[in-house]
Design a protein around this ligand. Structure first.
Ligand SMILES: CC(C)(COP(=O)(O)OP(=O)(O)OC[C@H]1O[C@@H](n2cnc3c(N)ncnc32)[C@H](O)[C@@H]1OP(=O)(O)O)[C@@H](O)C(=O)NCCC(=O)NCCS
Length: 334
């Protein structure tokens, strides 16, 4: 896989995200026993030495659930098993997120209560599923969902998307114009979709998937898709009804993930925001856990966090091959 700047995936080596004050790593070593995991954790901590780091985070892969090993090995270390993605398949692969925040970066207890109760309320609802979301979209008039490639965004579209991104993520840590340039130059890694007004061609929502094939150290590979940059025109800035476009694009990208033969399609979604978590649940995504104060998306502009930390907790949601197949069947039947 290509490792590029601004990748949602990150890196197969431990890297320092300076703005995010964290070490992040997608480790491709198969965790076959406790000592491999111990070594990985030592390396995560070691890579942050001498840097301004308040969080250490690593994703590891194993055959089967690492929970028992984590319970034993992580005790007293400050590291937690924060989330897991059950990839399944013949080998029963599991991706486990392990993380540690320093005291200065821990979540405020009141924020956690609010995030958990919001999530609990979402989880009590029956997911709409692909057919429900398609039916919702059919009721919305005046939008067309388009897959966009390197040449199908005009200069005006790029300006508009950059401006939209600036509005929905007012203090985002990187330049979206530059990210769009990277995405347009690599259409195999970045699958982009937009919702356009049929009336004037204006884009009202955007999202993309980042696809990576990981070569694991045992010679096998894992194909991953990750949602990124989900945004739509805020209702307050739109003279047409735009609610529902976020879910429509999430569904469209799930279908593209399925066509691209991925093992798992996942999202890290801001825990303080109802819409993105509700959209994931409605699509039938499974909840994998929460990454404490994982990164910096947009400061305190649209979600107000209480002290001590302005970083954002992210909920992990995913679709395995079976769930992706179900989405395809429902869409074909609709
Ligand atoms: C995330 C985003 C793209 C979702 O798009 P959207 O068009 O708002 O999504 P939808 O309208 O399909 O809403 C999804 C669900 O959330 C619900 N929802 C949305 N806002 C809500 C709120 N404030 N309170 C309760 N429910 C809400 C909707 O009712 C819908 O559920 P339902 O279909 O069961 O009724 C959009 O909200 C956005 O641009 N947010 C700002 C950028 C951002 O933070 N992106 C996520 C990065 S991780």
């Amino acid at each position: 896989m290509k490792e590029t700047a601004y990748s949602a995936f990150g890196s197969t080596r431990p890297v320092i995200d300076i703005g995010g004050e964290r070490v992040r790593w997608f480790c491709t070593r198969m965790i076959s026993n406790d000592s491999v995991l111990e070594q990985v954790l030592r390396e995560v901590v070691q890579s942050g030495k001498g840097e301004k780091i308040s969080r250490f985070t690593v994703r590891v892969i194993s055959e089967g659930d690492l929970s028992p090993a984590c319970q034993f090995l992580l005790a007293g270390s400050g590291f937690k098993q924060e989330a897991k993605i059950i990839v399944g398949g013949e080998r029963g692969l599991v991706i486990t997120y392990i993380g540690k925040c320093l005291e200065t970066r821990r979540s405020n207890a009141a924020d956690v209560v609010q995030e958990k109760s919001m999530l609990a309320a979402i989880l009590t609802r029956t997911p709409k599923g692909a057919s429900g979301l398609l039916a919702d979209f059919e009721q919305m008039s005046g939008f067309e969902i388009q897959r966009v490639g390197p040449d199908s965004l005009s200069a005006g579209d790029v300006d508009h998307l950059t401006c939209l991104h600036g509005k929905v993520f007012p203090t985002f840590p990187y330049d979206f114009r530059q990210k769009l340039r990277i995405m347009r130059s690599d259409p195999e890694t970045y699958l982009m979709v937009v919702a356009r007004s049929c009336l004037n061609g204006q884009i009202h929502a955007f999202s993309n998937l980042e696809i990576n094939t990981l070569q694991l150290d045992d010679g096998s590979s894992l194909r991953l898709a990750e949602y990124d940059n989900s945004m739509r025109t805020p209702s307050t800035l739109s003279d047409v009804a735009v609610n529902g476009l976020g879910s429509a694009l999430r569904l469209q990208l799930a279908m593209l993930a399925e066509q691209n033969d991925v093992d798992v399609c996942h999202a890290e979604s801001r825990a303080g925001l109802v819409a993105i978590n509700a959209a994931s649940h409605n699509l039938g995504m499974r909840l994998g856990g929460a990454l404490e104060k994982h990164l910096l998306i947009s400061g305190e502009c649209d979600i107000v966090y209480q002290a001590p930390s302005r970083f954002e907790t992210m909920n992990v949601w995913y679709l395995d091959r079976e769930a992706l197949g179900k989405i395809r069947s429902e869409c074909e039947a609709a």
